[in-house]
Design a protein around this ligand. Structure first.
Ligand code: ASP
Length: 597
């Protein structure tokens, strides 16, 4: 019995045709002497009817023995459903198949969870352990379909733009770039290791030296990080590199790519060019380098007003070279103690002693700090923040970056609370794309007392800032850009350093990597740059994140066929797992277990 139609195909136009469907028993209902079996395949569902008066007893009995998720092929004649029994919720709901033949292709045991269990979405462990059953759910099939369609669209678009898809190795060399790496021991060379790449960064730059000019890859990347929030140890990037370009060329390319993808996946025309914001402005206004601009609640600066204020927490911060910033969470004066505590915890996680706030309730400013404020200070707050009854004013006083980031975190939290209370609505079909530009090339690590790359060490400084690389590193802006949508970082990249001497200065003099180590880790790259490296730049977009946004799911796990848990384990295959003594011996490894150090 060979399939003639998929399970979402039959319509009244097929009435009278003999068809064969194959798939899974989605449900079986025994009603009024008839058996109804809904057959499901990847595409949809169709109702089939077994009538004992039309069928041999043996066939009818077989149908009666089928349980959910048995695999079947069913043939029969398409007919209209009896009046009043149409099912408008499924595409084939106007017809049914009057069964003539049934072939049971495989039986199924009772499942650990019903495929159509509406509760299952939240049972993450169960879903990952039985991922093959989870994948039978229509949402998952839809997500993987979107992923596949978008991947194809990306390839077509990049091909049209003259890019070559080039695969780069996944057995690479350890060159710590930031995140912890996965190491793979070499059997042939005892004591030596490959590393899985965190990204194809160095290979793609070397492809530019190799004259490839335009490269892209749907690249698998590996980062052995403690899994914060929604991250995976292995993930996919749309990785891109181009020669003879400037930042503007990347903006145009990516805007075109996203326009294509949004149209394909959501049927939406997104507006390009995207807005741009500098890193400094993003922090000043939204307290984040990936601002969600779909709502206001912007940060305001009060450094000037509180210089020399009677409230020592504020004036002290200003005297120490810091700033005072505040935001007005309109309508949140009724925040609960628990909500205030959550926000205070955010402030504390940045090293603050507490959180200063004012509730504007019953015509009064309620807060222990208000008594320290002068009338002029109050007037300044009222005017800039538009203070009214029912508002909650929140402050941060610290060094600029910390103060902005604290309020940025609190701003997002307040938005969540307001959304929950129906006081803030955000159109789910709204996409605010934003380029964040002019990042500082370097950031300072207080504990280690040294500069590190804000993006990665291959990012080019803005040309006119190069003279300050060694004399005043904090002044140097990088030619780095991030693409952000609705407060989520979709990707980032930069124009790269292509002059070997500038790259060497960055490694050795700015990042303070000793020359021997530079040679060991990056010698081949510096050497490649000496043989005619073209100016080049690129970007990588998080492919899993992109698909999650297009599918409207908060978790990238929902768009990856076989993801790992937050602890990095694969519950289905039970990995990672021990290996045999012999495998270890071959790899010249010895495992120390047992007592903790
Ligand atoms: N390799 C970078 C990353 O993975 C992206 C880039 O600079 O192109 O973040």
């Amino acid at each position: 019995m060979k399939r003639t139609h998929h399970c979402n195909e039959l319509r009244p136009a097929h009435i009278g045709q003999i068809v064969t469907l194959s798939g899974w028993v989605h449900s079986r209902r025994d009603l009024g002497g008839l058996i109804f079996i809904d057959v499901r395949d990847r595409e949809g569902r169709t109702q089939t009817v077994f009538d004992p008066s039309d069928l041999p007893k043996e066939l009818f009995d077989r149908a009666a023995s089928l349980r959910s998720e048995c695999v079947v092929a069913i043939s029969g004649k398409v007919r209209p459903r009896p009046a009043g029994t149409n099912n408008p919720r499924i595409a084939t709901g106007e017809v049914e198949v009057a069964v003539r033949a049934l072939e049971v292709l495989n039986m199924a045991e009772v499942l650990p969870f019903p495929v159509d269990d509406p509760e299952v979405a939240s049972k993450v462990k169960l879903r990952l352990q039985y991922r093959y059953l989870d994948l039978r759910r229509p949402e998952m099939a839809r997500n993987l379909r979107t992923r596949s369609k978008v991947a194809t669209a990306v390839r077509v678009f990049m091909d049209e733009q003259g890019f070559l898809e080039v695969e780069t190795p996944t057995l690479f060399k350890s060159t710590p770039e930031g995140a912890r790496e996965f190491l793979v021991p070499s059997r042939r060379e005892p004591g030596k290791f490959y590393a899985l790449p965190q990204s194809p960064q160095q290979f793609k730059q070397i492809l530019m030296v190799g004259g490839i000019e335009r490269y892209f890859q749907l690249a698998r990347c590996y980062r052995d990080e403690d899994q914060r929030a929604d991250r995976q140890l292995e993930f996919t990037q749309i990785d891109i590199e181009m020669s003879f370009i400037e930042r503007e060329d990347i903006y145009t390319l990516i805007e075109g790519l996203l326009r294509r993808v949004w149209k394909l996946a959501l049927g939406k025309d997104i507006v390009t060019p995207f807005n741009r914001i500098t890193f400094e402005e993003a922090l000043n206004r939204y307290g984040a380098d990936k601002p969600d601009t779909r709502f206001g609640m912007e940060l305001e600066d009060f450094t000037g007003q509180f210089r020399g204020s009677g409230f020592k927490v504020f004036s002290g911060a200003v005297a120490a070279g810091g700033v005072v910033k505040a935001l007005n969470a309109k309508g949140l004066a009724g925040a609960t103690q628990g909500q205030i505590e959550t926000m205070t915890e955010y402030a504390k996680s940045f090293g603050e002693k507490g959180l200063a706030y004012i509730k504007v309730e019953g015509g009064e400013w309620k807060s222990p700090i208000v008594k320290f404020f002068t009338d002029a200070e109050k007037a300044g707050l009222t005017q800039k923040l538009g203070v009214e009854e029912g508002d909650l004013i929140l402050f941060a006083a610290d060094q600029w970056l910390a103060a902005c980031e604290i309020l940025g975190r609190i701003r997002l939290y307040c938005a969540e609370v307001l959304k929950g209370q129906g006081q803030l609505t955000i159109d789910p079909n709204r996409f605010d794309f934003l380029w964040v530009v002019d990042f500082p090339l370097l950031s300072f690590d207080k504990e280690q007392n040294r500069w590190y790359s804000s993006h990665h060490p291959f990012t080019a400084p803005v040309a006119e800032d190069i003279p300050f690389l060694t004399s005043d590193p904090k002044k140097v802006r990088g030619q780095h850009y991030d693409i952000v949508v609705n407060g989520t970082e979709l990707g980032g990249g930069s124009i790269r350093i292509h002059q070997p001497e500038v790259q060497k200065t960055v490694f050795e003099q700015v990042l303070q990597i000793p020359p021997e180590e530079t040679k060991l880790r990056f010698g081949y790259l510096l050497e490649a740059f000496r043989y005619g490296a073209p100016p080049h730049g690129g970007i990588a977009l998080g492919f899993d994140r992109l698909i999650a946004i297009l599918c409207g799911t908060p978790s990238i796990r929902d768009v990856i066929a076989f993801p790992k848990t937050a602890k990095g384990t694969d519950l289905m295959t039970d990995s990672p797992a021990p290996v045999t003594a012999r495998q270890l011996r071959d790899l010249h490894l010895e495992v120390k277990t047992g007592k903790k150090e």
